[in-house]
Ligand binder design. Sequence first.
Ligand SMILES: [Zn+2]
Ligand SMILES: [Zn+2]
Length: 96
Amino acid sequence: MYCNWGGAGGWHDPGSFFLAALLVVMICLAAALLFRRKGFGGPAPACPACGGVVDPAFLRCPHCAAALKSHCPACSRIVESTWKYCPACRAEVNKV
Ligand SMILES: [Zn+2]
Ligand SMILES: [Zn+2]
């Protein structure tokens, strides 16, 4: 009926459980660090066309009028100008 993987160890061993927990905590920490670096403290976002400082909420560069974000033609959600596909409806966006 129930196979117990042939003996001691597995997830019931306190040692490997601790190791797994440690691994999960480390992954969470790394993710949090990455997120922090992306979200705050990093360099201000720059316009890809003129390099001017722009706000992440801007749809268009106030310096050179380059489109920073656009609207998906299918579902009209705001998409980044670097994206190829709309994450909401998978339509192709920013076609050249
Ligand atoms: Zn610009
Ligand atoms: Zn869409």
